[in-house]
Design a protein around this ligand. Structure first.
Ligand code: EPU
Length: 418
């Protein structure tokens, strides 16, 4: 398995490329199948390592899954074979915690390894657990595992201390089968939460207010199967537009949901790119050199933390000084040091990065630390003079479907190497 990407930079990129379905909507959608013995058919599951991990996790729990990733995927959990998400899987993918809510609701018991820290921060799941307790579950932590039990969950009013995306999703899935009404206050408004609510509603759940900060779920006694088409990936879409801006190119993405991209598109414009939206197509025409801009990450509809690293690459080559403030994760600047190896002038202190734009990057050997950090190194490599070699690209395969193939279609010189 090739573990490095080699990029010859310096080309202006242009052309059209299609956006894949959203990773962060596909993972909860797959886990939602645990709520029912009937089949759930997902029409456009992306071909990603995180999807493969989720499939393995669900198969361990008794799911029968047919269909290749990238095409229609049918998941059926006629009978639960286990109620445990083992450490081996949770430690490679934190989103594994999304099985907790459905397992608890359907089986009344769940044992899920505690995720622990990861490359972008501590990332506790205390808000998930507090919510399950409000729904009447007994929660214990034993030998590194969360053990949750409940005879039947009971609807409750839950106000999370902070906005959590998978926390909202987990609680929404659990509440769907609870007795009575659950109100989630301070809920995440991310499009992926709304997409899951749409799927659950198709499965017979009664949910109102998804996409707002107050979601009301009236529990039902049974959830059935459904067919569902996953929304386009707004982070992949944003990532694919940056090459237009960073290489002074002209890139059009197709099959996007521009209403999910508002903050990203506004920032690209602030960086001097010309953005044209036409239905599900978004065109990004870059200028000779991007302009500096300040960024503060925040929950949707604010600027997404999942686009922060990619914009750091863009601003690193911009004319002027930019300030980036990361408010969601405490340790999400690992890419700064790698970009500096490529000639960037970035200083980080706590949650702030000061980026002094340089006229151009230089190719270098760099190392990917997490998914979005990998993407930022690829983007810098596309704009760099000379050859960039990125190691540990398995991070990229977790969440980008055929990224180098798509970039090649835009004219990039990018290849895998052993
Ligand atoms: N948090 C807590 N306690 C909790 C839950 C969260 O303190 O119980 C904190 C986190 O540590 C973090 C903040 O709250 O500081 C927000 O975390 P959130 O729970 O919203 O993140 P998540 O649900 O674990 C999802 C995405 C991430 C994305 C974040 C923020 C999925 C599978 N993952 O993670 O995606 O960065 O929301 O939008 O949906 C990625 O795709 O690269 C990625 C990391």
């Amino acid at each position: 398995m090739a573990t490095r990407l080699v990029i010859e930079g310096g080309r202006r990129l242009g052309g059209e490329v299609r956006v894949s379905a959203a990773k962060n909507a596909a993972l909860p959608a797959l886990c939602a199948a645990l709520l029912t013995s009937e089949p759930v058919v997902l029409e456009n599951v992306p071909d990603l390592a995180d999807v493969a991990t989720t499939r393995a996790l669900l198969e361990g729990l008794g799911a029968e899954i047919s269909g290749e990733s990238g095409s229609e995927t049918r998941v059926q959990v006629a009978r639960l074979a286990s109620h445990e998400a083992p450490y081996e899987l949770v430690s490679t993918m934190r989103a594994s915690v999304l099985v907790l809510g459905p397992l608890l609701a359907r089986a009344g018991v769940a044992r899920v390894a505690l995720p622990g820290g990861c490359a972008i921060g501590v990332r506790p799941i205390d808000q998930h657990l507090k919510g399950f307790q409000k729904l009447g579950a007994d929660i214990a932590i034993k030998n590194g595992y969360v053990e949750a039990r409940a005879s039947r969950l009971k609807g409750a009013r839950i106000t999370t201390d902070l906005v959590t995306v998978t926390g909202t999703e987990n609680l929404m899935m659990a509440a769907a089968l609870a007795e009575g009404t659950t109100v989630l206050e301070n809920a995440a408004r991310e499009p992926e939460v709304s997409d899951l609510a749409r799927l659950l509603t198709g499965m017979g759940a009664r949910i109102e207010g998804a996409g707002t900060e107050r979601i009301e779920i009236e529990g039902v006694t049974e959830i059935g199967g459904a067919r569902h088409r996953i929304i386009p990936d707004r982070i992949e879409a944003g990532t694919l537009l940056v090459p237009g801006a960073i290489t002074g190119g002209d890139v059009t993405i197709i099959g996007a949901a521009p209403r999910h991209l508002t903050a990203t598109l506004a920032k690209l414009e602030e960086c001097g790119a010309q953005i044209t939206v036409d239905g599900d197509r978004v065109r990004c025409q870059g200028r000779e050199r991007p302009q500096a801009a300040d960024i503060i990450t925040s929950p949707f509809p604010g600027f997404p933390t999942d686009m922060q690293a990619q914009f750091m690459a863009l601003l690193g080559a911009a004319d002027g000084l930019s300030k980036i403030t990361e408010t969601i994760f405490e340790n999400r600047f690992m890419h700064a040091a790698e970009l500096n190896r490529m000639g960037a002038r970035i200083e980080t202190e706590g949650s702030t990065a000061v980026v002094r734009g340089v006229p151009s990057y230089q190719g270098a050997q760099v190392m990917a630390t997490d998914l979005r950090a990998s993407a930022s190194l690829v983007l810098a490599g596309l704009a760099a003079n000379g050859t960039t070699e990125i190691s540990r690209v398995y991070h990229l395969d977790r969440g980008y479907e055929r990224l180098e193939w798509k970039l090649r279609a835009l004219g990039a010189n990018i290849d895998r190497a052993a």
